[in-house]
Ligand binder design. Sequence first.
Ligand code: ATP
Ligand code: MG
Length: 360
Amino acid sequence: MTNSYRIAVIAGDGIGTEVMPEGLRALQAASEAFGFELDTTEFDWSSANYYSRHGQMLPDDWFDTLRTFDAIFFGAVGWPDVVPDHVSLWGSLLQFRRHFDQYVNLRPVKLLAGVPSPLAGRAPGDIDFLVVRENTEGEYSSVGGIMFEGTERETVIQETVMTRTGVDRVLRYAFELAQSREAKHLTSATKSNGIAITMPYWDGRVAAMAADYPDVRVDKFHIDILTANFVMHPDWFDVVVASNLFGDILSDLGPACTGTIGVAPSANINPDRRFPSLFEPVHGSAPDIAGRGIANPVGQIWCGAMMLDHLGEHAAAAAVQDAFEAVLARGDSSVVTPDVGGSGTTQTLGQAIAAAIAAP
Ligand code: ATP
Ligand code: MG
């Protein structure tokens, strides 16, 4: 029997609508080469169209509409002329993350041949790690408030919330991921020398779980020196796990160390598979280059590879990854986009990658 997957496609705004067709082209090529089916349904839930007409980012029944899909393939939302960025973000992506309990945010940090890195002297192969960010609790709670407002005693408090369930489930994911990789090395981000209640708790849960994974080497760094080490010693890392705030910072810093934002992917994962996971490039809708056909589609295509991996199509995922890595490494300037030094277009790069996808 042929495996078949139902994919919800939300291209969104700006360059989201330009890179999405290339993401789908790569997935189509993979499905033909590897013999599975993708049943895609497109939703025009963008700021520029949907919000303009309805005054909200999503229809009221979005949850029931999306929950039966195997995954969500997402471009980018946001069109500041129509709706402020925080409204489009809160009205769309953050609803998905929250309601579909996507408690892991996963971002690969990999230096690719053909992509200029701001870190001098680093060769492809030196940097290849994953940032696992806790995506639902921690520092981004809304517990707190303002007291004595407007007086000299004005006092503002915002609590960090860590639950044992919330901490353990993201750590479990990170340990499993580390164990599945060759290096079997997990780094935990902490700040237990300064944040004296929640961070020692986090450290304690890491230490407790490490007992279940004797073959995984575990270390920890305080967040301040860890960010420095991302820049100075990116070759030290394999899987890095962090709370919501620290993970937010690290998951932007990591991809920034490896080159253009146009190639960086991310996944919002519900590892329990009770709900669909969502795969989106790190970049936004990029109004400054939208409509010119020059956006790099690799971030979207890489998301497609992560989605295939999540769906269990591991060989196809690897083939998509090999294809975009090979095309970028070849660096044919008439094919690759301007952000990586070429004069090609979103389409020329997307077509070259799709053509390079083959079953071994
Ligand atoms: P967000 O929407 O997440 O707030 P933003 O709107 O500030 O982000 P982006 O849309 O990600 O930022 O764009 C940041 C910069 O990176 C812009 O100058 C944009 O042109 C460039 N950029 C983003 N994505 C790509 C891409 N796929 N290819 C080439 N350049 C890109
Ligand atoms: Mg934006």
